[in-house]
Design a protein around this ligand. Sequence first.
Ligand code: GLC
Length: 714
Amino acid sequence: MSIEEKIVDILERMTLHEKLGQMQQLSGTSGDFEERIRRGMVGSFLNVKGEAARKYQEIAVKESRLGIPLVFGRDVIHGYRTVMPIPLGMAASFNPGLVEEAAGIAAEEAAFEGIHWTFAPMVDVSRDSRWGRVAESAGEDTFLNASMGAAMVRGFQKREGDSIRGIAACAKHYVGYGAAEGGRDYNTTLIPEGELRDCYLPPFKACADAGAATFMSAFNDLNGVPTSGNRFTIRKILKDEWAYDGMVVSDWGSITEMVPHGYCADGKDAACKGIRAGVDMEMVSEAYIANAEQLLAEKKISMEMIDDAVARILRLKFRLGLFDKAPAGADDQSSSLNADRFDAARRIALESCVLIKNDGALPLAGKSTLAVIGPLADSPADMLGTWAMDGRPSDVKTPLDAFRSLNGSSIKYAAGMPSPRSFDKSLISGAVDAARGSDAAVIFLGEEAVMSGEAHSRAYLELPGVQLDLLKAVREAGKPVVVVIFAGRGLCLDPILKCADALLYAWHPGVAAGPAIADLLFGKVSPSGRLPISLPSAVGQSPIYYNRRNTGRPAQKGRRAGIPAGTPLDPREFCAAYIDADPFAEFPFGFGLTYGKFEYGPVKLSEAVLSMKGAVKAKVELRNSGKTEATEVVQLYLRDLVGSRTRPVRELKGFRRVTLKPGETAEVAFKVEPSMLAFHDEDMNYAAEPGLFHLWIAPDSSSGDHVEFELKAD
Ligand code: GLC
């Protein structure tokens, strides 16, 4: 029998209560769940693994009436035991292949402990570093979130047709969660349909096209309708327009949270709207199982809706092979962190770090005495970042570990502060002394892991505690200062850069933090990461992103901020800017330095006119005129100069990592097709519109010269 035939066969034999049981996901082992499993009243658990998972599965398969297996889910977001850089850091690698490899390792480790399903990738486009969950995303760009999300789906699932050989992926949080007003988690989102379809939905479509077995609805109110009760986004777009046959799970309690949203009167109303919207499985809250029978009797929901939801849940379980597998679960003692996996973590951490500034202080090679400063230089748990519940600080090699194991360098360590958010300045002098007695100072600053992630938004994007005082004091020692930033978001770097000869942005780099950072700072490998999110010069700029609209009065670069006393109002200065800050990001999306020196030749187009069925080849000659082998992330940007809706000033449409030795050149080419120019017009028709376009092949989203081409209607 085919999976579909098996689904029909089981559905026909299920009672209503057994169907509602499949739609219920519970968490952990603290409740008296065994009897509920035995009665077929649970379809899934999260946060149950190993021996407990094996025991629950045994009951479900051998003691429930129909023996339908449970599916076990868990947040395996950026590694399981081998914790990789946070997703924002992995996105900075601009290396989907490596991200896919990392997801594959996570899947192997999680599956080994009885986990079938991860609640990842998170592909919420976010343009606001105040939002704590930007750490879990691929940042501000639609194309990069789509690329990274699809790569993670492939890596997690190892899907072959209808068979998922890895663990099921879950594209989340569907949809628009990253547009939370004020960067405050769970907050309201107001997104016009055109922007929803052109900016926020494409990463989810990419995950669906990559075969993501599940989606997760979100917490946010989208234009007045919570996403966990939103028939337009789930039933109309996801399940009808995209013909998605996977399963949609709610977020934790997001069904019953529609009551405080003021969208549902009570749990029964929430169950009605969740089921009608097409959320197939309820995570943790129990509105469905408590109210569906009554809702059916009142004809507020239909049995077709229930059967469709249960069919999708069974389809997931068949695709995972759970009906054929022995009860899952493995010996918890099995150590899944091995040298190969640690090396993979090191490789992706190497490629995720972004070199923001280097006045020549890097690479450090040859320095005999180094001052290593800052409480984050030796804080294993903070290297793991947010959502690393199965990571172990004991697995982490910190920067101090790595520096101390270097031959030929002697290390003076000074924490400089009791902890990263401390206001105690009493240890600063010790750090200054260490710097004075060294050839250079490497100071590790930024956020603890706990300062980003869910429900951890910030209103300020600056260094916590007295970190800046520590940096300024170390600067006074008069030695070269290299700053390494750990963060789960984009921070305002301006005051830091004034005291730094070099700055490496390391996000939260995972178990291999130390070896990767040491390899980069000592020049064994050139930094190659690029910013997946704009770094604002002031938090007041948030939300800030490169692919902005131009407005009718665009701000000009280099425009003087401020109004000198006595200056008469100058109408020429009436533009989309601030009087007290630069309107542009301090460091734009796509920015990153290397130890090489990359020169771009002029962009050449195969033709200046593109027909609706044609393609144009755009290429540049790239040369590394530096003295060090390095990798450049070459980026393709397009701009539609005139559209039936205003269009962004640039949009990323391609990227490529190119490694060149000193003196080496390479041709880097991109194919440009009309499909890359399409967008949703006022009537939501998706098409490319004839007209003029600008094209860049550039090192980041704000530099490079454009060339022009025309798209002609056939
Ligand atoms: C959380 C998160 C979601 C996660 C789920 C299960 O609240 O919003 O991303 O997967 O609950 O832990």
